[in-house]
Design a protein. Structure first.
Length: 505
């Protein structure tokens, strides 16, 4: 048997054991194994299962060999359980096979449930079967052989390797599995909340001929059969609003969006959001929905609306604080920006050390001032409302001030987690906003929005008063699981190309 070129001594030994097992007539990769219980079942139902015959399966996480008897811990999705494997009970051939197993191998066991002399719940094996031979030692642990005993003595803490080899991270760090289980439960809670209010879950295109609905640079691809360039969506907003035009009262979608931007602890170019749109309501309705939906998810998943994140505690219970964007800026900087001209705003921006040169409008400058002076202090759940019209091309003008729009962003722990507004349903106004964005695009603003004629055509057929929301699931999960980085809550985060090294085992 020829070994891979990148093998080392530990891998060489495992390949040798694989060859020995095959020579013994053992199939190291069988097709199936019938389980009657998982590890959690055994632990939680011990009183009713004691002395009963069961079959379990899992990955070996520890081995303690002692001559004619051995102990092994196996782990599955639900937890850990001890196996007691005795030569007299499983037979000489099976025991010889078992002694060639390693940490990381999958095994199945049939036996009776009981407790050892130390009181640990265990399976006293009558049959043992190899289900998958691991040819690569888990890189996040090391095995130390002391006589016939294999023990784990070093954990895997290399963050880069953990993200890149998530399959290994999940094996050896149960807390990582729990975070990602909670992610699914958070989504389930939000889905149940929306379904209970008769929203319809829908799907919209990921490949789009025109990208829109957000300020972002897209990823581009090419469709060979149609010979057209397409874009990975940066948002599903414009398609969901088409469905409101089509007659649905409330729709939502959990899905991926893709933005060709930088990466940091709060940004991944591929991320998950929920977007929802409901007819006959405005942004005041949506604020109440958001605070109730998120507090419900927190309570159902964590047991409380109070969450701890990186040493800070906040309470997500409604009602959340509401503050106008320009009021928040005035409170932090002392500058009242209401009614100010572009030139006046630009001058104030310069006084506040904002680099105004590349910013094309007063709205953009105001947004930069807000980010620099206000954002990080919004620790308690807060709705920041009423944004400049220049930076909100899809939002309805404020009913009391046409220079603003009825828009809000929810902030928790100094981070924005979503965006919502009373939707612009005037096709004439919308065309004018798109034209202004196209001018910015022509002037070099690569994140400006593009004009979508088909969406304008849909609006011309008539869209009722509507409110919409986009909510970043990854950031919300970070906060509800006390995870430092967005990569901690994504199964397979985007990574730089892997650099091969001789230490790879």
């Amino acid at each position: 048997m020829q070994l891979p070129e990148d093998h080392n001594e530990l891998r060489r030994i495992r390949f040798q054991k694989l060859e020995e097992l095959r020579e013994m007539g053992v199939e190291p990769y069988p097709y199936s194994f019938s389980r009657t219980h998982n590890t959690k079942d055994i632990i939680e139902s011990f009183d009713s299962l004691e002395s009963k015959k069961v079959s379990v399966a899992g990955r070996i996480t520890s081995l303690r060999r002692m001559g004619k008897a051995s102990f092994s811990d196996i782990s599955d999705q639900h937890g850990r359980l001890q196996l007691y494997v005795k030569k007299d009970n499983v037979g000489e051939e099976s025991y010889s096979m078992f002694r060639r197993l390693d940490i990381g191998d999958f095994v199945g066991a049939v036996g009776s449930v009981g407790k050892t002399k130390t009181g640990e719940i265990s399976i006293f094996a009558k049959e043992i079967k190899l289900l998958s031979k691991s040819l690569r030692p888990l890189p996040i642990v090391k095995e130390k052989v002391d006589g016939d005993e294999s023990v784990v003595y070093e954990k895997f803490y290399d963050v880069e390797l953990r993200y890149r080899q998530r399959y290994v991270d999940l094996v050896v760090n149960p807390e990582v599995r729990e975070v990602l289980v909670r992610r699914t439960r958070i989504i389930d809670s939000m889905r149940d909340y929306l379904n209970g209010r008769e929203f319809l879950e829908v799907e919209t295109p990921i490949l789009q001929p025109i990208y829109g609905g957000a300020f972002a640079r897209p990823f581009m691809t090419h469709h060979n059969a149609l010979d057209v360039d397409l874009y990975l969506r940066i948002s599903n907003e414009l398609y969901l609003k088409r469905l409101i035009v089509g007659g649905y009262d409330g729709v939502y979608e959990f899905g991926k969006a893709f933005r060709n931007e930088g990466m940091d602890r709060f940004h991944n170019p591929e991320f998950t959001s929920v977007e929802l749109y409901v007819a006959y309501h405005d942004y005041n309705y949506m604020m109440e929905l958001v605070e109730e939906m998120i507090s419900t998810a927190a309570r159902e998943v964590t047991g409380s609306t109070k969450i701890q994140y990186q040493g800070q505690e906040v309470d997500l219970a409604p009602p959340w604080k509401r503050v106008r964007m320009l009021d928040a800026i005035q409170e932090k900087t002392g500058h009242n920006l209401y009614g100010k001209s572009d030139g006046e705003v630009r001058k104030i921006g310069e006084q506040l050390n904002i680099d105004v040169a590349p910013l094309p409008s007063a709205g953009k400058i105001i947004d930069e001032i807000f980010e620099a002076y206000v954002e990080s202090d919004l620790i308690e759940p807060t709705f920041v409302v009423d944004y400049p019209v220049e930076i909100s091309p899809l939002a309805k003008r404020h009913r009391d001030d046409p220079k603003l729009v009825e828009r809000f962003e929810p902030y928790i722990l100094g981070r924005e987690i979503g965006n919502a507004f009373s939707e612009l349903n005037d096709p004439i106004d919308q065309r004018g906003r798109f034209e202004a964005q196209r001018k910015l695009l022509d002037e070099g603003d690569l994140e400006a929005q593009v004009l979508d004629e088909d969406f304008l055509r849909a609006l011309e057929y008539g869209m009722p008063p509507t409110v919409g929301l986009g909510l970043g699931l990854d950031r919300l999960v970070m906060m509800l699981t006390d995870s430092y980085s967005i990569r901690d809550v994504i199964f397979f985060p985007q990574m730089r190309p892997e650099q091969k090294s001789g230490s790879d085992v």
